[in-house]
Design a protein around this ligand. Structure first.
Ligand code: 0O2
Length: 266
């Protein structure tokens, strides 16, 4: 058991156990209840962590499995994150729910998050389809912000899935949020996130417009790279209109490089 430090004013010696230290201020019963609650919270977080690992492994396997056929790896990076207790509390508050283990499980879909970044848009859909075909995966929600970007320009494919995890004596079904996006989408979202959370600077309408323009440019860039990939793979006629529609002119490229410079300097 952990040793507590100094609570000598209440007659507890420097070497008192943490339990003794806490029960000097709280009833034994409250201490026991808090301890049990904490253990259940930690157990729940362990389930989410395991589910996150399951999904991560599934994508790693798909990345390898597609590699010989495509002659490249479709995944550029995979990032996993577990929501912090502070962030869980904030989200439940913002949605108007009280904090309990039940509301965490029922009302939040993104305690476990896996972000998969791909080189090309086609890879995003190919990987999503391949994952959803697996018979232990249940899709509970899908938001396609690539086909329907958010008003600020945010693009990504979001899936909420349930995956089983196998523990020593039990099987649990756990929700995981998956975000699939291209490198360009990830680049934009990371910078937008940084800028939005710069608390000392007012986020003006002009800045929002500029970000939207960047999102538009990055979307065109994705379109062109996808076309280029298809023509390299010789399954696409580069004279078709897709390349024309998504073309970046010199003005776009100029605006993109200026914006990147400006963001870097902020
Ligand atoms: P964090 O720390 O990234 O996890 P819901 O989660 O379903 O209750 P919502 O808003 O309907 O709430 O979910 P949605 O739209 O699927 O978005 C959830 C996550 O997508 C966010 O998580 C972000 O990670 C990402 N996201 C959504 N919109 C934007 C955006 O405009 N810019 C950026 N950079 N990321 C976005 P959290 O909980 O906000 O935070």
């Amino acid at each position: 058991m952990q040793q507590s430090t100094t609570v000598t004013a209440n007659g507890i010696s420097k070497n008192a156990s943490s339990k003794e230290a806490v029960t000097a201020f709280f009833e034994e019963e409250d201490y026991e209840r808090a301890r049990k609650y904490l253990t259940r919270f930690q157990t729940l977080m362990t389930y989410y962590k395991c589910a996150m690992y399951e999904i991560e492994t599934k994508f790693k396997v798909l990345n390898e499995a597609f590699s010989p056929q495509l002659d490249r790896n479709p995944i550029s990076s995979i990032k996993c994150r577990l929501k912090t207790p502070e962030s869980i509390q904030e989200k439940l508050h913002s949605k108007g729910y009280h904090i309990s283990l039940d509301t965490i499980e029922e009302k939040l879909n993104d305690i476990a998050g896996v972000r998969v970044t791909c080189s090309f848009i086609d890879d995003v859909y190919m990987l999503a389809d391949a994952l959803l075909m697996q018979d232990d995966i249940t899709l509970i929600d899908r938001k396609d912000y690539i086909k329907n970007p958010k008003p600020n320009g945010y693009r990504s494919l979001h899936l909420i899935v349930i995956v089983p995890i196998f523990l020593p004596n039990e099987k649990q079904y756990v929700k995981v949020e998956i975000q699939l996006r291209t490198i360009a989408m990830d680049f934009w979202a990371s910078l937008e996130h940084q800028l939005k959370y710069k608390k000392d600077v007012e986020f003006t309408e002009a800045m929002a417009k500029e970000l939207y323009t960047c999102a538009d440019i990055s979307s065109k860039l994705d379109g062109r790279m996808n076309c280029l990939r298809k023509s390299v793979m010789s399954d696409y006629d580069s004279s078709t209109d897709e390349a024309q529609d998504d073309s970046l002119d010199s003005e776009d490229l100029d605006a993109l490089s200026k914006t990147i410079e400006r963001i870097k300097n902020q």
